[in-house]
Design a protein around this ligand. Structure first.
Ligand SMILES: [Fe+2]
Length: 212
């Protein structure tokens, strides 16, 4: 698979989902409630069936391989490869949908596994909308709905303006990178929808190997 991406070294890889893969994700039915396993301060978090998303699974594995290639000389990835059997593949291990309404937020947290990702599916507001809802705040101080990443190892820090138009964008990052989702305001009853998940090294396919 040939994927276009932009790499914000050493932490964030951005890509745009092709339309057919976006539709595959969009049509996945919500599974069990996933809120007990996740840190989001909102109720609507649902597991999604990975087996029903073969196109997305191939896409995100391919993007993870690109990330590992780009970072192969970075100390942490070098160390992981040194301690991993050769050709250990990546696996999509968890997939869930977040439906966030006004004032929902995700506090600073990390994920498990090797890589994690966010796919933006539906964002109802623009940044201009959010600035209008904060008339007494300097416009440049308004971070409503932004996602902020912070890597404890490289000190990399990035604020992503998540607003209408970002739909279909994928952000892939190492699972240990801290991130926070700031709440948005207004748009009563209309959710901001994203899909997230984790990628792990699949030792199950490496027979009898010691692993990292
Ligand atoms: Fe997260």
């Amino acid at each position: 698979m040939n994927i276009n991406y932009h790499f914000d070294y050493p932490c964030l890889m951005y890509s745009q989902l092709p339309e057919d893969i976006f539709e595959e994700l969009n049509n996945l039915p919500n599974g069990a409630h996933h809120g007990n396993k996740l840190v989001g301060v909102f109720p609507d978090e649902y597991k999604l069936p990975i087996r029903k998303a073969p196109l997305f699974r191939d896409f995100i594995i391919c993007l993870s391989e690109a990330f590992a290639r780009e970072c192969s000389t970075a100390p942490v990835f070098h160390q992981i490869r040194q301690n991993t059997p050769p050709n250990t593949p990546f696996k999509l291990a968890d997939l869930w949908r977040n439906e966030m309404y006004a004032n929902s937020y995700q506090p600073l947290h990390q994920h498990t596994g090797l890589f994690s990702f966010i796919v933006f599916m539906d964002v109802p507001y623009t940044h201009a909308d959010q600035m209008k809802l904060e008339p007494n705040v300097l416009p440049e101080h308004v971070k409503n709905g932004f996602t902020e990443f912070s890597d404890p190892f490289s000190m990399f820090n990035k604020l992503i303006n998540v607003e209408k138009g970002i739909e279909g964008q994928v952000i892939l990052f190492p699972a240990w990178v801290n991130h926070v989702v700031y709440p948005f305001k207004g748009f009563s009853g209309i959710p901001r929808v994203s899909i997230s998940g984790n990628i792990v090294l699949d030792y199950g396919t490496v027979d009898g190997a010691e692993h990292f």
